[in-house]
Design a protein around this ligand. Structure first.
Ligand SMILES: [Zn+2]
Length: 156
């Protein structure tokens, strides 16, 4: 199945805390369940994402775009289920109620342009759009118009 959807996520580990390597550890199955009380509840989850953009804008890739990552879970978009089969997942380190960093928008726009050069992307949506009622990320603080302006601009 061809890749034509991008799903934007927000994630922080432990929830509400930024920095550290817990997200990368979760996506690479190396999270230490004893390092934080919350980790015990999520360790062993089969989750991954193609990309993570940290608060400072640093981009990390965990899964090739040609391979399926486990970011969307039970999901549906435009009458197609299992969005993991036809989407690329991009996680932004953040929470639903804290504004994302300018550097993250800049990197996200740059990444989207690069992905669009390689894949016939039709839609860029939030996790909450493909799993409504179950997921809320990237949350109301994610500035979609800002992303649209950045991706439309010539550089950045
Ligand atoms: Zn998500």
């Amino acid at each position: 199945m061809s890749i034509d959807l991008i799903v934007v996520h927000g994630i922080s580990l432990p929830p509400g805390e930024f920095g550290g390597d817990a997200i990368a550890q979760l996506f690479t199955n190396t999270l230490d369940s004893r390092a934080h009380p919350y980790f015990g509840s999520i360790v062993g989850l089969r989750v991954s994402s193609h990309f993570l953009i940290r608060r400072d804008g640093e981009l990390v890739q965990f899964v090739s775009c040609n391979e399926r990552a486990w970011h969307a879970g039970a999901s549906s978009w435009k009458a197609r289920d299992r969005c993991n089969d036809f989407s690329i997942g991009i996680e932004l380190e953040g929470t639903d109620d804290v504004p994302y960093a300018a550097a993250q928008y800049t990197m996200l726009a740059r990444l989207l342009r690069a992905i669009r050069r390689a894949y016939p992307i039709v839609d860029v949506v939030g996790h909450s759009d493909v799993a409504p009622g179950r997921k809320t990320d990237p949350g109301p603080t994610f500035d979609w118009p800002r992303l649209a302006r950045l991706t439309a601009s010539r550089d950045g």
